[in-house]
Design a protein around this ligand. Structure first.
Ligand SMILES: [Ca+2]
Ligand SMILES: [Ca+2]
Length: 454
């Protein structure tokens, strides 16, 4: 059987493995399709608590897995000439002979007259920086000026240009680079756009407020975590774009004590909770958007014993569903009092309604009113959505996900195995030294070889 805790246990055994960078390995690391194992999974199985009766409980499995992983480290399960351990460390699949570490010896410095291929090249990085942050390539004069500087003055110049360009409309304005990062988190639908600007035919919520809070949290000296935890809203002015934190907005309605940044914006609650009694979609969207974990891809599974209870009789206890819902349902309970679109009592929509399930959804199942407000995030108990958001915002997953967004935007792809060391150093400094200030993290990112080596 595929065991949901497997990814988490694997990553605590190999925390620096590329498969654990901002994610956990999915089931196909060991399986063809659960329960059928691939050659790596098959080689592992005999070492898994060999004398214990089958099936193993999740707890016994999680306890036995590190020993079994160690036992097969020196083997080469897929016969591609590379040991399982080296494949895990290099980010290739130990169960797939077509997946082997690439040799990175192809760089030949000096062959390219334009740039210093293989190593950090300030001229290359500078050109890239102006395109990425200002939206325009450097002029010939700017390039000449940069080339004439010493290496350390070149870096100082680039820092100054980064600070200048992150003020630009291209970076922070409507539909600029920051808004692009926010699209998959907000998932705008033009038809449902409410508010004075670009109003849709069927207005529900003004998601430009969500973009404004997201952008605000990314710029100046603001704390990026507040996209999940803010009690304030952000007003946007245009020409030029300016974002200002404000205590209320005419387009927003959530009661102040129950606000958790963009998780509880009018748009998020109406669009992601919509008509459901049990807002699983709102929970999984928040988990994916801000913590980088997609339950539909079997990522971020932390099964809670005794779950799912299936309070809404959705059938989630069936074996095919329970593996994910043992994580998803406890992740959802803290959303129980957030009212989506409720046609027959529309003014309650997008508000926090104590006893929401009791008042409006008691006919869904006989036990739905027993749904607790307390739930679990990363296996940790949270009493309500405010705690959910705080635990989430302070997690490694948040920092990894935030830096991954910028890595993909600026480097052009998710961190590769070769880039893993620089990536890990960048998100750890973002979380530690930089205290979640994106602006400071970007100064690190433009210094990486991933960014600056042609
Ligand atoms: Ca191998
Ligand atoms: Ca392989």
């Amino acid at each position: 059987m595929a065991k949901p805790p497997a990814g988490g246990v694997f990553c605590s055994t190999y925390p620096s493995a590329p498969a654990c960078t901002g994610q956990q390995p999915s089931c196909n690391f060991c399986h063809v399709a659960p329960p059928q194992r691939n050659v790596f999974g098959a080689g592992l199985e005999p070492h898994l608590a060999p004398s214990a009766p089958r099936p193993l409980s999740d707890t016994d499995f999680a306890y036995a897995l590190p020993t079994a992983l160690k036992a097969v480290e020196t083997e080469d399960a897929d016969g591609d000439g590379v040991s399982n351990l080296v494949e895990i460390q290099r980010g290739t699949f130990p169960g797939d002979p077509n997946s082997v570490p690439a040799d990175t010896g192809h760089c030949q410095a000096g062959e390219n007259p334009q740039y210093d291929v293989c190593r950090y090249d300030a001229r290359f990085a500078y050109k890239r920086l102006l395109l990425d942050f200002c939206g325009v390539p450097p002029t010939y004069a700017q390039m000449k000026e940069l080339s004439a500087l010493s290496a350390s003055d070149q870096l100082t110049r680039m820092d100054a240009e980064l600070d200048r360009c992150t003020q630009s409309e291209f970076w922070r304005g409507k539909n600029g680079q920051l808004w692009k990062l926010a699209h998959p988190k907000i998932r705008p639908v033009a038809t449902f756009k409410a508010g004075p600007e670009d109003t849709g035919t069927n207005p529900l919520g003004d998601y430009y407020d969500d973009y404004a809070l997201y952008a605000y949290a990314q710029i100046d000296d603001h704390d990026a975590r507040e996209v999940m935890t803010a009690k304030y809203y952000v007003r946007r002015e245009t020409h030029p774009t300016r974002y200002t934190a404000v205590p209320s907005l005419p387009t927003q309605v959530m009661e102040e004590p129950h606000r958790a940044g963009n998780l509880t914006s009018k748009w998020s609650i109406l669009y992601f909770v919509m008509f459901s009694a049990m807002p699983r979609n709102a929970a999984s969207q928040a988990y994916r958007a801000y913590l980088g974990l997609d339950i539909a891809k079997q990522e971020g599974l932390f099964s809670i014993p005794g779950e799912p209870r299936d309070y809404d009789h959705a059938g989630v206890t069936s074996p095919g569903c329970a593996a994910c819902h043992a994580t998803l349902d406890p992740l959802t309970y803290p959303f129980r009092n957030y009212q989506g679109i409720y046609i027959n009592d529309y003014p309650t929509s997008a508000h926090y309604v104590p006893d929401r399930l009791e008042k409006y959804f008691s006919d869904v199942s006989p036990i739905i009113t027993q749904t607790p407000e307390a739930g679990y995030l990363f296996g940790q108990k949270v009493n309500n959505l405010i705690e959910w958001a705080e635990v989430g915002a302070n997690s490694d997953a948040f920092a990894i996900s935030a830096v991954t967004d910028y890595w993909k935007l600026l480097v052009g792809h998710p961190p590769t195995p070769e880039e893993n060391a620089e990536f890990v150093a960048t998100w750890k400094r973002f979380k530690g030294t930089h205290q979640y200030r994106v602006q400071r993290m970007l100064h690190d990112l433009i210094r990486t070889e991933a960014y600056g080596a042609p």
